[in-house]
Design a protein. Structure first.
Length: 235
C-alpha cells in the first residue's frame, strides 16, 4: 500500500494532538518551560539542517526571492485566516485550550518542512518502504503531544496538509524519478534541507518568543530552490 507510511504519519499526529489536549491543564510554568525546551530543540534542529548546504549563497538567494513571493501572496495571512475560521466555527480559544490558528500554522510548518517527509514519501512510492515515514510519524506524534498541550487542539489539523503533501509525492514518485535525474534530485534534497532548516530555526525562535517571523511566507523558497537546482544542473 503506497500511502501506508503517509497515513500512519497523519494518524500519529492526530493521536498525539488528542493526548496533548487532555494534558492542557498542566501548570502554566511547566507549559512555558516545555515550550522553551521545544523551541531550543527546534532551533538546534534547524541549524543542523541548515549546515547541510554546499552552496549557502544559493540558500540565501532562494530565501530572499521566496520571502518576496511569500509576502506578495501573504501565505501566513491565509493560513491564519483558515485557522481563525475553524476557530470561530468550533469554539473560542479558551474553550479549546489554545489558539487553533496558532496550533494549526505552527504544527503544519514543523511537520511539513524538511527532507525526511520527501525522502520517506519517495521510498513509499518507489519501493513500498514505509520505515522512514513511520519513524517521522513517531517523532511528529510525540512533538504534537507537547504542541497540542501548549498551543491548543489546532495542531491536530496539521495532519491534513501532511497527508496531502506526502501522499502526493508518494503517488507521483515513479513519474518524479522519470522526469528528474538522480543527481539533480540529490542536489535538490540537499539544498531544500538547508533552506528548510533556516525556516525550522525561525519557527524555534518564534516559539521562544524572541521573534515574530512570518515563516509561512518563506515557503515559496522551496519552489525557488527547485527552480535554481534545475538551472544549475542543466547549465
Amino acid at each position: 500500500m503506497v500511502l501506508l507510511g503517509t497515513l500512519v504519519n497523519a494518524i500519529l499526529i492526530i493521536i498525539g494532538s488528542i493526548i496533548g489536549r487532555f494534558l492542557k491543564n498542566i501548570p502554566e510554568n511547566m507549559k512555558q518551560t516545555v515550550m522553551y525546551a521545544i523551541g531550543i530543540a527546534v532551533v538546534v534542529l534547524g541549524i543542523q539542517m541548515g549546515l547541510k548546504s554546499n552552496n549557502f549563497v544559493l540558500v540565501i538567494i532562494c530565501l530572499v526571492f521566496g520571502g518576496v513571493i511569500g509576502e506578495w501572496i501573504d501565505l501566513d495571512k491565509w493560513l491564519n485566516k483558515l485557522g481563525n475560521y475553524i476557530e470561530q466555527k468550533f469554539g473560542s480559544k479558551e474553550a479549546q485550550g489554545g489558539s487553533i490558528a496558532q496550533g494549526f500554522v505552527t504544527g503544519t510548518l514543523i511537520f511539513v518542512i524538511g527532507a525526511m517527509g520527501v525522502l520517506g514519501a519517495l521510498n513509499s512510492g518507489l519501493q513500498n518502504d514505509h520505515e522512514l515515514l513511520i519513524s517521522k510519524g513517531i517523532i511528529d506524534g510525540f512533538t504534537s503531544i507537547i504542541l497540542s498541550a501548549t498551543l491548543g487542539i489546532g495542531v491536530i489539523l496539521s495532519a491534513i496538509p501532511v497527508a496531502i503533501y506526502q501522499g502526493a509525492i508518494a503517488l507521483f514518485a515513479t513519474q518524479i524519478t522519470k522526469l528528474i535525474p538522480e543527481a539533480a534530485l540529490d542536489l535538490f534534497l540537499q539544498e531544500m534541507t538547508a533552506t528548510g532548516g533556516i525556516m525550522i530555526m525561525a519557527i524555534g525562535l518564534n516559539l521562544l518568543g524572541l521573534t515574530k517571523i512570518r515563516v509561512a511566507n518563506l515557503l515559496p523558497s522551496l519552489v525557488v530552490v527547485a527552480i535554481a537546482v534545475t538551472f544549475i544542473y542543466n547549465f
